[in-house]
Design a protein around this ligand. Structure first.
Ligand SMILES: [Zn+2]
Ligand SMILES: [Zn+2]
Length: 246
């Protein structure tokens, strides 16, 4: 069993340690057919890639593709930025993005003060009350409903949600749930819910260093422990069928 591609990796355009070419060389050596560069997005306070850098990212991708023969997708890992499930993606970004990953990151810019006080502050201080988990869940559900998203990254990490409700809608909307290479917060009950709704999982590394590209061993532990069928892992031996975003 081998993954076809790794669809969550970072480069020096955000907080990754390697260039796009460094990542591509490792991908080639590990036998990946393709991978996506998904640097932190436009709404990250500290190290998000900027729209003004996209032309340069594209150029680096083309060079790395021809040097290695590995296909490279231009993606992004955007942030949840409001209680309403907004992200930093605007319509015209979809002209250049091949895939969109979205996750909760505590250093993202909140849309408004209210979003800061009701979404970021309580989660970052780990005030995980029942009411907060409900708010978090609504946020993710609205994001899936209204935003262009292919993959929800590290669902529940730093922002607990009702996984069952997210699983149901994600399946309906063709959004993949990530088994992250470093951080997975799913409990036994969460995994039961995810399996019940026939979730489409994707195994990604979330590599911030080139040598970790394609390293999905942590997610594989879940695959084995919970007997997730091959057909429910969208990048196992096959190219994922990403939904069209526009
Ligand atoms: Zn992330
Ligand atoms: Zn990441």
């Amino acid at each position: 069993m081998i993954i076809y591609g790794d669809y969550h990796t970072h480069s020096t355009y955000s907080d990754g340690k390697g260039s796009i070419l460094d990542n591509a060389i490792v991908a080639k050596n590990k036998g990946l057919k393709e991978f996506a560069i998904t640097d932190h997005g436009f709404t990250h306070k500290l190290y998000g890639v900027k729209r003004s850098q996209i032309e340069s990212v594209k150029l680096d991708i083309e060079k790395a593709k021809s040097a290695t023969g590995v296909n490279i997708l231009l993606g992004i890992e955007e942030n949840l930025t409001s209680l309403e499930g907004n992200t930093g993606i605007i319509e015209s970004d979809l002209d250049f993005l091949n895939i969109v990953n979205v996750g909760y990151h505590k250093m993202a810019k909140a849309d408004t003060k209210k979003d800061f006080f009701k979404l970021f502050l309580p989660n970052n201080l780990k005030w995980y009350t029942k009411r907060q988990i409900e708010k978090n869940t609504i946020c993710v559900l609205k994001a899936i409903e209204t935003q262009p998203i292919n993959i929800i990254t590290h669902l529940g990490v730093g922002m607990p949600v009702n996984v069952e409700e997210v699983a149901r809608l994600a399946k309906q909307k063709g959004v993949f749930i990530e088994l992250n290479g470093k951080r997975i917060s799913f409990t036994n009950k969460d995994m039961e819910s995810l399996m019940k709704y026939d979730t489409d999982f994707i195994l990604n590394s979330d590599a911030h260093r080139p040598e970790l590209i394609g390293d999905v061993r942590y997610g594989m532990k879940y695959v084995l422990k919970y007997h997730i069928p091959d057909k429910n892992i969208v990048n196992l031996d096959k190219r994922p069928n990403f939904k069209k975003l526009k």
